[in-house]
Design a protein around this ligand. Structure first.
Ligand SMILES: Cc1cc2nc3c(=O)[nH]c(=O)nc-3n(C[C@H](O)[C@H](O)[C@H](O)COP(=O)(O)OP(=O)(O)OC[C@H]3O[C@@H](n4cnc5c(N)ncnc54)[C@H](O)[C@@H]3O)c2cc1C
Ligand SMILES: *[C@@H]1O[C@H](CO)[C@@H](O)[C@H](O)[C@H]1NC(C)=O
Ligand SMILES: *[C@@H]1O[C@H](CO)[C@@H](O)[C@H](O)[C@H]1NC(C)=O
Ligand SMILES: *[C@@H]1O[C@H](CO)[C@@H](O)[C@H](O)[C@H]1NC(C)=O
Length: 604
């Protein structure tokens, strides 16, 4: 899934909630001016997620905060530059039974996947494992090291006239990380949208015994009669099986696409969402439930001779002036503190209409948007992330969620609901919105609910059936004990998805409660554990968190005062919410089995 960050510039509009045409017009000029400035100012790349001193190292994710806000202390970090060095690093750590975890260049997963067990653990960085190992145009395959980013993969494949047909929408992910968490784009065609379903071969470095220098390389290849069990385990591994050193992906000849966004009312969305994915190869839907509209991405392959050189530089993934990020965050904080739902709703409308008029960052030729359809080469449209670009480190601009500046800070609730139940799930949400019309304006500030298609996978920890993945991003306070506007509705949707519709959470996103008992929904989990036992019997690549997620240890939840506010638990008593701020633990409104933190105002 992808992070749905708000179109930062357009958020300035929120300051104009008085709705005055004059104000909006002058703000529009500000926006155009700042857009021009941003284009001329260099961006700041995200920080390295590892910080070391003489006392050891700490690490975090790209947002600077895990769901429980703990910090991850480790003993040391290693930066192998080749598979040979990697084998040595894993062997050396295995000899002393030291816990390990792979950390990537940016570390984008929200849950605490990156922390090795114990404070003496070793981080194995793939930052320098970024080589393209082999380009096989005849066989339409490409082999890359585990630290190669999606951006690099797309660019190198395109140079050889090839393409990965489906991919996440954000350039900053690494091949190892995408496999680690089952990352995907949107499609029901071919083998579906998950990157791991295009893997043909892998090399993974695992712990060994004294006879092999304490580390071994397993080579898996679908064309060489490798064990399917090992393939299906390593394809989505949460990093607990070892270090993926190399991955060979099956590609296709580079092609062109034609993309049109079509905006409609959402009254028949449930019906539409169930069939839309079968109608268009790259279909997805952005849903704005409080505005009662949906933006359908009508997106298909076209002939190579179709004219157009379109480019997708998704606006929320561009670098943004830190000054503006701070302004926007302050506005959101103010709206939260004043319970200003109308302010959020007005802001959401302005943002979505602005994004719409900027075509979400699409241009027909790399410079200007002149109208739909946008036709272009796949590699220029499939994902983006220009805020990763950098020439200097001044923090004048940054990715909107860069923790070094005051900017976006959010929760992401992301899960897939089986295709056959999507209609009913959407209608439940609509029923909730009928009761609380303004409840999801806050989500719309982060570009609404992104709905993407994913297919069942043979990977043991992959999707169990064809499904729609719902990606919901919303305000997170800097204060873990501070409730948010319409907290109850957001929690009810989360619990409804997970427990009424048996949804599967994205491994690289979500709050702790989403992972409690989740392993029961994976029918081949036992097969995964067999491979885990074979590869890493001492559990050197496992941590308390991965043991909890995999159900090998109790409780991904953390029950304590205020725990429901951060999704560390489902409330069972008022103390789990914020009774002193008027938020009490109550049943859901549509899904009565839910237990959610509801604001009870004494006056109304
Ligand atoms: C802006 C943004 C947009 C996003 N868009 C999407 C999207 O469109 N679709 C989607 O599905 N997800 C999306 N995500 C979430 C993302 O897919 C996952 O969090 C992703 O897997 C993280 O990749 P990473 O390279 O940062 O890996 P990390 O988060 O660093 O690592 C993930 C796990 O994999 C393990 N791992 C990493 N490399 C290796 C290796 N070589 N060998 C063994 N284990 C390894 C790590 O130890 C860890 O357990 C997005 C995230 C962000 C921040
Ligand atoms: C090898 O492992 C030992 C024991 O864990 C550790 O002290 C040493 O620093 C490691 N060497 C390197 C180069 O990582
Ligand atoms: C493939 O593997 C199976 C079982 O592992 C074995 O029986 C068979 O002979 C192998 N085939 C080839 C061509 O190696
Ligand atoms: C484009 O190519 C297709 C076949 O590949 C052909 O049928 C079509 O006529 C071509 N169109 C143009 C405008 O050349």
């Amino acid at each position: 899934m992808m992070t749905q960050t708000s179109p930062c510039l357009s958020k300035v509009f929120r300051l104009g909630w008085s709705g005055s045409g004059m104000l909006c017009a002058s703000l529009h000029i500000i926006i155009i001016a700042t857009t021009a400035m941003i284009m001329s100012v260099s961006a700041t790349p995200p920080a390295d997620p590892i910080t070391c001193t003489s006392n050891g190292c700490t690490t975090t994710n790209s947002y600077g905060a895990f769901p429980d806000r703990s910090t991850c202390k480790v003993g040391a970090a290693a930066y192998p530059t080749s598979e040979e060095e990697l084998v040595w690093v894993v062997g050396n750590a295995t000899r002393s039974k030291r816990k390990m975890k792979v950390v990537t260049r940016f570390s984008h997963s929200i849950p605490k996947l990156v922390c090795p067990g114990g404070e003496e653990g070793l981080l194995v960085s793939t930052k320098y494992m970024t080589r393209i190992v082999r380009v096989d145009q005849e066989g339409m395959r490409m082999s890359v090291e585990g630290g190669v980013t999606l951006r690099q993969l797309i660019e190198e494949a395109a140079k050889a006239g090839m393409a990965l047909p489906y991919a996440p929408y954000w350039w900053g992910l690494t091949v190892g990380g995408m496999l680690g968490t089952g990352a995907h784009g949107s499609s029901l065609w071919g083998k579906g949208s998950a990157v791991h379903d295009y893997v043909e071969a892998m090399r993974i470095v695992i712990p060994g015994g004294p006879e092999d220098g304490y580390a071994r390389i397993r080579t898996l290849d679908v064309n060489a009669n490798s064990s399917h069990a090992e393939m299906d385990a390593v394809k989505v591994s949460l990093g607990v099986l070892g270090v993926i050193s190399q991955v060979t992906l099956k590609l296709q000849p580079l092609f062109k696409r034609s993309l049109t966004y079509s905006i409609m009312g959402d009254s028949n969305l449930g019906e539409q969402a169930s069939s839309f994915g079968n109608q268009h190869e790259f279909a997805d839907i952005m849903w704005y439930p409080s505005q009662q509209k949906a933006v359908y991405r009508i997106d298909d392959r076209v002939n190579l001779n179709a004219s157009g050189n379109g480019l997708y530089d998704f606006t929320p993934f561009r670098s943004t002036l830190s000054l503006i990020l701070a302004l926007l965050r302050s506005t959101e904080e103010l709206q939260e503190s004043l319970n200003d739902a109308d302010g959020k709703c007005n802001g959401a409308k302005l943002i979505s209409s602005t994004l719409e008029s900027f075509a979400y960052g699409l241009t027909n030729n790399g410079i200007i948007f002149t109208g739909y359809p946008v036709i272009g080469y796949h590699n220029r449209l499939q994902s983006s992330g220009t805020c990763l670009d950098s020439l200097q480190d001044d923090l004048i601009t940054a990715c909107p969620w860069d923790p070094r500046v005051k900017g976006e800070f959010f929760h992401q609730t992301t899960f897939s609901v089986g295709l056959s139940m999507v209609k009913s799930f959407i209608e439940d949400i609509q029923q909730l919105i009928a009761l609380e019309p303004k409840a999801l304006c806050g989500v719309e500030l982060y570009n609404g609910i992104l709905m993407r298609y994913v297919k069942a996978s043979s990977a043991y920890l992959g999707k169990q059936e064809d499904a729609v993945d719902f990606d919901i991003t919303y305000y997170r306070s800097k204060d873990p004990l501070s409730p948010r506007l319409y907290e109850d509705v957001l929690e009810e949707i989360e619990q409804m998805a997970l427990f009424k519709y048996d949804a599967l959470p994205h491994w690289g996103k979500n709050r702790n409660l989403a992972f409690d008992g989740v392993i029961k929904r994976y029918k081949n989990a036992q097969e995964f554990f067999k491979v885990k036992e074979m590869y890493d019997p001492l559990g050197l690549f496992s941590s308390e968190w991965t043991d909890q997620v995999l159900g090998l240890k109790e409780g991904a939840s953390m029950v304590r005062d205020g725990c429901a506010l951060e999704g560390l638990c489902i409330c069972s008593q008022d103390a789990h919410c914020a009774p002193n701020k008027g938020y009490f633990c109550r049943p859901g409104k549509v899904y009565k089995e839910a237990r959610v933190c509801t604001r009870i105002s004494s006056k109304t």
